[in-house]
Design a protein around this ligand. Sequence first.
Ligand SMILES: [Ca+2]
Ligand SMILES: [Ca+2]
Length: 443
Amino acid sequence: MAKVEINKPARSWTTTFLALLLTFVFASPALAVQPTVKTVPWVATNSLIPHDTSSGKSITLKGTSGVAGATIEYTWDFGDGTAPMVGTVTNQYVIDATHAYVGSPNDIFTARLTVTDTSTGESDSQIYLVEIRDKTLETEVNVAIDEGLWYLHKTMQRFSSGGQEFGDWNQGTSCGSRCASSGYYGITPTNLNAFEANGHLESGPTSDPYTEDVARGMRRLFQFLTTEGISNQTNGTGVVDPDSNGNGYGVRVNQSNYVYQGGMFMDAIIASGTPSAVTTTGQAPAGANPGILGRTYADVVQDMVDSYAYGQYDPGAARGGWRYVWNQGPDGSACQWAAIGLLAAERAGWAGVTVPGWVKTENEVWLGCSQNSNGAFGYTSNGSFPWGPYAVAPSGMVQMALTGLAAAMPAGTRPRPISATASATPVVRGAPSAATTTGCSPS
Ligand SMILES: [Ca+2]
Ligand SMILES: [Ca+2]
């Protein structure tokens, strides 16, 4: 019974009834959100290409729903005659089921995920195709990629801010130690790159649940960057201008160890495949400072190239590499991330993105300094192997790819492979020249 307030005219029962009726009629449909089911495709642009498995192997069937709650029920029908799995959707982003299909190569099973709102009877469903393959390395790799991307999807932390949807792997709350316990921003672009390298892009179809993940992550990625003023440098070739796009600024990761992280960001931005896309997040422009917000992806990448060009170490015989902060004497573990980012920028073929030639010729100086005559690349010089040759030899090789040395050298003169049994102290074969053993360590 409605409470009738003194001094206010009481509404008649018919008015009250009509108001309640209208509330019911118009409010209820607005409250009920129709379930929208998405299943993860193996190929983002063609959901009819099945996921790989091998007979008897446990795999994860993967889907999402637009809604979750006590009245939202899911059914995974595996399509092989076994009993379906039924449950309540508690997390709209994770409706998965583990299943092992048994059959012969080329057998295709059509599983189906159905989500029903039991309070309204509304439902939606999508198929999920699985094909039995021979248990080869390729099949195992494909299943591992499939499962790995789902792990990243499940551990992404999603949130809204300022009317935009975000996601990252940096907060270490809901995913605990599985997230970046160190809190380094680089984990987010690295994980985004895993999606992109496997064809799941922010510009992809909305039917792919990973499209939303990558879009959330890209918005977050640009919030981790900052502009910085850069200036002419004097290196072994003379005075050089690192500012290829002439705006007076570079861009770097807004955190410690930014030299190590920048290449991961450049990879993820370039792997989007959309140089003309415009950022909707990040540092606002202010006066001459271009900021990050409202710029094309290509322009941001060029400014990251500009910062690596600016931060390359310039003086002496050990010049041409990078370390913890800009313009510090090089080490091989930092150099590789510069090379990885710059190589991606160069190979992207994006209009307006260029890597100055002098960055590469100066990098060759560092390669000459840090390569031992046994072929291995050292850490801070050609005799520096604090962890053996294993970690920094690939660093030297990716730098060689950037400079063009690796492609230009005849096969017989490429760096010799590092033996798995090589000593932590490199064995110098033959008589190394003085130039390859001394005189090039950064001071
Ligand atoms: Ca610039
Ligand atoms: Ca410099």
